[in-house]
Design a protein around this ligand. Structure first.
Ligand SMILES: Cc1cc2nc3c(=O)[nH]c(=O)nc-3n(C[C@H](O)[C@H](O)[C@H](O)COP(=O)(O)OP(=O)(O)OC[C@H]3O[C@@H](n4cnc5c(N)ncnc54)[C@H](O)[C@@H]3O)c2cc1C
Length: 380
């Protein structure tokens, strides 16, 4: 029985927290090892689509998310120059019933604090940066930079873009710079000086885009992410300081409605966008990867976090269903590859909701009930 195995999750990000929370509900002893000393509140928002809201409901976290964030009432795509509406989707009680969940925008810091409520107290060992994984024959030995060594039977690599667990499987492979960078800022809605904006808008130009959206149901906090072409990224830092002047320069010529928004922020940062070429091997022996550790994409569909959370739900179900890690991992990878492959393609194209778009396949999906179809054979 896998329930008696020691499961170590590396990384307390969106996927790691989700998989540990579900595993604990299934009776597993799952521990998380996180390199950071604590959760930090980075200045960024995140969109959680209905396929995510229904997962977090299973963990008893949905009400907290709704209280902390906002159920957006619409998403609008507009042309950068004319302001023409290219696509619009409205969210209300009827769409929530149809998709099985709400479309939520939330501050990432609030999301992390809420995910922390989904796991047992003491689950996360902070200040534990994984340095290496050694085979001991019967188990896997995790070696951390702080000198701690821990044995586990199963390791889940939820350690994001620069995954050390991935490196232990495939060797060191440098990230691919996507030749783009994201300007991010959060500011009080009062800085809009009374200019009214919809809950969520994406402004599209041929080589760049920008999304302003509200982060709270009081509509008192606005987040902007604007993506621009960027030739090289030489810094080792995960982001660099930027400025309102640079944001305005990067989006000069955009419609006047957008100019009224980008005059507001005071604190702007610049983030590189990295990904990796597609690699459909996510599991090996007693080690499985999830989220950005195995399928990072540019954040153009706003679905990378959603994929990590869905991975966590499916992987925990597979471990609860099958008697060996090998079987569980094979089914997990098989079930996820198609859907994640679609999301990878759409993210690389940057085509999601640019014009009329079928969103049902994405929003209606429920990883807590989707069939666990083995690579060959009937669904269980
Ligand atoms: C600019 C931008 C905007 C985005 N917007 C959205 C959005 O609106 N919606 C959406 O769904 N997605 C969005 N994404 C994507 C999303 O943030 C990622 O896909 C998601 O965070 C991946 O989750 P994860 O759990 O795989 O990894 P992460 O959330 O990155 O977590 C990895 C964790 O592992 C830890 N870690 C790393 N290495 C080690 C180690 N060696 N030892 C121990 N711990 C380690 C890290 O500290 C971190 O806590 C965006 C991404 C970017 C860059």
């Amino acid at each position: 029985m896998l329930r008696k195995t020691r499961i170590a999750v590396i990384g307390a990000g969106l996927g790691g927290m989700t998989v540990a929370a579900f595993l604990q509900r299934e009776g597993f002893e799952a521990c998380i090892y996180e390199q950071a000393p604590a959760f930090s509140r980075i200045g960024a928002g995140i969109i959680l689509s209905p396929n995510v809201a229904k997962v977090l409901r299973r963990l008893g976290l949905e009400d907290m998310l709704v209280a902390a964030g906002i159920k957006a009432d619409c998403y609008i795509s507009r042309a950068w120059d004319t302001g023409e509406t290219l696509y619009r989707i409205d969210f209300d009680a009827a769409t929530e019933a149809k998709y099985g969940g709400a479309y939520l925008n939330v501050h990432r810091g609030d999301l992390h604090a809420i995910l922390d409520r989904g796991v047992k107290p003491g689950t996360i060992a902070f200040n534990h940066k994984l340095a290496a994984i050694e085979e001991t024959g019967s188990a896997l030995r995790l070696v951390f930079e702080n000198g701690v060594k821990v044995e586990a039977d199963i390791v889940i690599g939820a350690d994001g873009l620069n995954s050390k667990v991935r490196e232990s499987l495939f060797g060191a492979e440098p990230l691919r710079f996507f030749k783009a960078a994201a300007l991010r800022t959060i500011f009080p809605a009062s800085a809009l000086n009374g200019f009214a904006i919809p809950d969520c808008t994406k402004w599209w130009a041929p080589d760049r885009h920008l999304l302003p959206y509200f982060l709270t149901s009081r509509r008192d906090e606005v987040y902007i992410i604007g993506v621009i072409p960027w030739e090289r990224w030489d810094s080792d830092l995960s982001f660099l300081p930027s400025s309102r002047a640079f944001l305005q320069e990067a989006f000069a010529g955009f419609h006047d409605d957008l100019q009224k928004v980008i005059q507001a922020p005071t604190d702007v940062t610049l983030w590189p966008i990295f990904d990796r070429p597609r690699n459909d091997t996510w599991v090996k022996g007693r080690i499985a990867l999830l989220g950005d550790a195995c399928h990072p994409v540019p954040p153009y569909m706003g679905a990378g976090g959603a994929m990590a959370i869905e991975d966590g739900a499916i992987l925990s179900r597979c471990l609860a269903t099958y008697d060996s890690a090998e079987e569980a991992f094979a089914v997990y990878q098989h079930v996820r590859l198609d859907r994640v492959g679609h999301v990878q393609r759409i993210s690389w194209e940057n085509s999601w909701m640019r014009g009329p778009t079928d969103t049902d396949w994405f929003y209606q999906y429920d990883p807590c009930t989707a069939p666990l179809t083995p690579p060959e054979g009937p669904a269980s």
